[in-house]
Each structure stands twice: as structure tokens, then as C-alpha cells.
Design a protein around this ligand. Structure first.
Ligand code: GDP
Ligand code: IMO
Ligand code: MG
Length: 423
């Protein structure tokens, strides 16, 4: 049975965690394939909230294997903290968790450089999560990174650390920081090795075996299409391959193994951090979306920027990911707005330029829709939705040229309408 990829179709925080958790009920394996602790994936089960940063969102299903793929950058202490927090709440994980030997490690100097760059005067500010993501991927591409498998080889690890620190030293000094010494870095990592080494494995081989055995494999993306390093609103992006193609390299499987790409989109749009956002609202409607949608970053607590849904951008996401179906989340948040607007393109743009929401001066072209006042909280059948909400969804399907497979009407696992059956 081929694999399903779940990706963010916007700028992240679309509700990937909620949807993966819901669908993982019937998944045997969930693999996170990109990013690191810049992600915050929220699951709400029985009213209890869990925010996952590194661990795949299948974690709450006791029989689901959770794999951290080689496309990820992993903070050693952060991973162990996350495991401990879950285990203290009765979620046993260690015997069903695998960390790819090929995943890269985030070290204290990565976090330091990220913080210094974001804190300096002048220069492009991305508004990162300051979790060391960019510098860790820079080391990976610069071919001097430390990988999880290096924990098994302390001498090699030390030599790699020396090389990486020598490379970073001029940058750290130029940014006004203090260069950490190698011993301190060894001490930051090696004490975690005894607990991390038993988790190491070959993610690619594990996924291949599972697929051959007819098991159900879900590949969980992090961040979102417009934050993708190659296809996003560069340079205001993250440093990993967030799009569906990243699932191949990040989990070590070929594209022929993937049959379905589920794109997650909110019923409106949010973005955290700097960069273009054509449909952004700086008014009462924007404030409504932020307050009712509780739009504050789950990693940094920053207020998220809010705006209308952009189906031009969804068409772009469909193209670069090969999305086969959408999950529309947070429809409930639109309740109470008199009229709704949806961006269908940008003034003066045509063809492909009418899809990518990248540019400082893009003026959206809107279609207007009737709102509704009924609460949708917890609606779990299509028939529960008022006619204007259904018309809004019908338009998203038509204008994005993509079928809607799922609709989410609340943070809880149960608040989901499955239009086309499960996973
Ligand atoms: P992710 O990064 O894509 O997994 O998304 P986040 O977890 O960062 O952000 C989504 C937020 O919206 C979380 O607080 C979820 O609990 C919440 N959420 C998800 N789906 C819905 C929904 O349909 N309605 C409402 N009101 N909240 C939702
Ligand atoms: P999930 O998986 C939303 C944003 C940051 C910043 C840019 C680069 O929860 O959807 P980075 O720290 O990655 O170098 O920051 O990307 N960003 C996210 N925004 N959701 C995320 O993850 C994000 N991960 C990174 O705000 O603009
Ligand atoms: Mg998030």
C-alpha cells in the first residue's frame, strides 16, 4: 500500500498535527520528514492538549510507530525532554520511536548564531523561531554537520565539532558573540548519547519494509509550502524542504511510493515572522481571527499575522506538492463574520504569477461570500454546516481545483468531517 504525505499548504500552523493525529488512528507508521523544533504541532484529545515539536503526531496512538527521518534537524536534549513529558503522561514511546542515524543534530552554537542574527541591528530579519534551524541546515549543506549516528563515534564527533566551531568562530565574533569551546560542546551532547543511541535506526529501510508488508505509512510534513526553502517566499522561509517532495529525501523513499498528498489549509490565512502576505488584515476582522482562532505561535508565543484565505496561493501549493486532496481546518473560527472574502488572484497578474503570493506590492482580487452566525464547534457531519459555510467550501474546491477530503471544526480529534472516508 503506497504512502500518504501530509503537508502544510500555507505558511505553517495549518493544523497538520490535528489532522495527522486524527488519521493516524489507522496508520501503522508516521514519519516526520523535515524541520526540527521550529515546529509546534498541537493535538487535542479528550480535552487534553499536547504540543509536539520533533515527535511525529501519531504518538498518541499506542500502536503507531513514530520515526524521525533524515530530513530533520534534531535537538538532542529537546527530543529527550519531549519523550519524558509524554512518558510522564502515560504515553510510552521508546519502544516504537526511531531516530534516523542520518538526521542532523542541533548544537548550542546553531541556536547562538540564530539568536545573534535575529537580534542584531540591520541585516534581513526573517523572524525565525531562534531554534538554530538555519545554522544547522547550513552545516548540513556545508558538509560539516553532526549527525545522530555520530553519537556512536565519540572521537569522530569531537573532530567534527572542532571543524564546525572553527568555521563558525568568525561569524560568531562578527555578530558580537562568544565562541564556545569544544569541551563545552562535547559536554552538551555526549551525556545524552546513552539514551539516544538505542533509538537510532535506518528510517528508509523501516519504511520500505512496512510498505512491502502492506502497512499504512503516513509522512508528516512540518512548516508549510510558502516556507519551503526552494518553493517558498524566499528569503522569508525556513531552511528545509517542507513540500511533499521533501518526504522522499527526508524519509528515504522514492516518489513512486507515494499515492496521496493531503494539503492542509486553514479556512483563512496566518503567518508568523516576516515576509510577504498579500491578504493580511490589520483591522477588526484580523483581530477576530487572531482572538477566536487563538492565533499565537505554539513555539514562541508570538501573535500570528492573520488574513483572508488565498486560493491563488492554494493553486500554487497544489502544483508544487501535487496535492490530491485538501483538509480545511478552523472553519469554526469564521462564525460571526458578516461577509467573507477569498483572494482569487492578484491585480495585473496572469498565469503562474497569479498563483505565487510572493511580492511586496501584490494587490489581491477578492470574491465576497455571505457569512454565518451558527456555531460550528464540533460539527462532525457535512449536513451540520449552514448553507453559507457549504457554499464557501464549494468555492474553495472549485477555485483551487482540488477536492476537499476533510473539514475541521474544532481543535479536538473528534471535531472532524471526513468527506471521503479515512486514511
Ligand atoms: P500545525 O503546526 O500545522 O500542526 O498547527 P498548530 O498546532 O501550530 O496550530 C493550529 C492550532 O489550531 C492549534 O492550536 C490547534 O489546536 C488548533 N486547531 C486545529 N484545527 C482546528 C479547528 O478546526 N478549529 C479550531 N478552532 N482550532 C483548530
Ligand atoms: P509548523 O510545523 C509557522 C517560520 C518562522 C520564520 C521562518 C523561519 O508548526 O507549522 P526558522 O526558525 O524555521 O528558521 O524560521 O519560518 N516557521 C514557522 N511558522 N509554523 C511553523 O512550523 C514554522 N516553522 C518555522 O516563524 O518566519
Ligand atoms: Mg505549528
Amino acid at each position: 500500500m503506497p504512502a500518504t504525505v501530509i503537508i502544510g499548504a500555507q505558511w505553517g500552523d495549518e493544523g497538520k498535527g490535528k489532522i495527522v493525529d486524527r488519521l493516524a488512528e489507522s496508520a501503522d507508521l508516521v514519519v516526520r520528514y523535515a524541520g526540527g523544533p521550529n515546529a509546534g504541532h498541537t493535538l487535542v484529545v479528550g480535552g487534553e492538549k499536547t504540543v509536539l515539536r520533533l515527535i511525529p503526531s501519531g504518538a498518541l496512538h499506542r500502536h503507531t510507530e513514530c520515526l524521525l527521518g533524515q530530513g530533520m534537524v534534531v535537538h538532542p536534549a529537546g527530543l529527550l525532554d519531549e519523550i519524558d513529558t509524554l512518558e510522564s503522561r502515560g504515553v510510552a514511546l521508546t519502544d516504537r520511536l526511531t531516530l534516523s542515524r542520518l538526521a542532523h543534530l542541533i548544537l548550542p552554537y546553531h541556536v547562538l548564531v540564530d539568536e545573534l542574527r535575529e537580534g542584531r541591528e540591520g541585516g534581513t530579519k526573517i523572524g525565525t523561531t531562534k531554534r538554530g534551524i538555519g545554522p544547522a541546515y547550513e552545516d548540513k549543506v556545508g558538509r560539516r554537520g553532526l549527525r545522530a549516528g555520530d553519537l556512536e563515534h565519540p572521537r569522530r564527533l569531537r573532530a567534527r565539532l572542532e571543524e564546525a566551531l572553527a568555521t563558525w568562530a568568525p561569524t560568531i565574533l562578527a555578530l558580537g558573540g562568544e565562541v564556545p569551546d569544544v569541551d563545552a560542546m562535547v559536554t552538551a551532547v555526549m551525556p545524552h548519547a546513552p539514551r539516544l543511541i538505542p533509538l537510532l535506526g535506518d528510517v528508509s529501510a523501516q519504511v520500505e519494509t512496512a510498505l512491502r508488508d502492506g502497512k499504512r505509512v503516513m509522512l508528516e510534513g512540518a512548516q508549510g509550502t510558502m516556507l519551503d526553502i526552494d518553493n517558498g517566499t524566499y528569503p522569508f522561509v525556513t531552511s528545509s524542504s517542507a513540500v511533499a517532495g521533501g518526504a522522499c529525501t527526508g524519509a528515504g523513499i522514492g516518489p513512486t511510493r507515494i499515492a496521496r498528498v493531503l494539503g492542509i489549509t486553514k479556512a483563512y490565512t496566518t503567518r508568523v515572522g516576516a515576509g510577504p502576505f498579500p491578504t493580511e488584515l490589520d483591522d477588526d476582522v484580523g483581530a477576530h481571527l487572531r482572538a477566536v482562532g487563538k492565533e499565537f505561535g505554539s513555539v514562541t508565543g508570538r501573535p500570528r499575522r492573520t488574513g483572508w484565505l488565498d486560493v491563488a496561493a492554494l493553486r500554487y501549493a497544489r502544483r508544487v506538492n501535487g496535492i490530491t486532496g485538501l483538509a480545511v481546518t478552523k472553519l469554526d473560527v469564521l462564525t460571526g463574520l458578516d461577509t467573507l472574502r477569498v483572494c482569487v488572484g492578484y491585480e495585473g497578474a496572469s498565469g503562474a504569477a497569479n498563483e505565487l503570493p510572493d511580492g511586496d506590492a501584490l494587490t489581491p482580487v477578492y470574491r465576497t461570500f455571505e457569512g454565518w452566525t451558527e456555531s460550528l464547534q464540533g460539527a462532525s457531519r457535512l449536513e451540520d454546516l449552514p448553507p453559507p459555510a457549504r457554499a464557501y467550501l464549494d468555492f474553495i474546491e472549485e477555485a483551487s481545483e482540488t477536492p476537499i477530503d476533510l473539514i475541521s471544526t474544532g481543535p479536538g480529534r473528534e471535531s472532524t468531517i471526513e468527506k471521503t472516508g479515512g486514511f
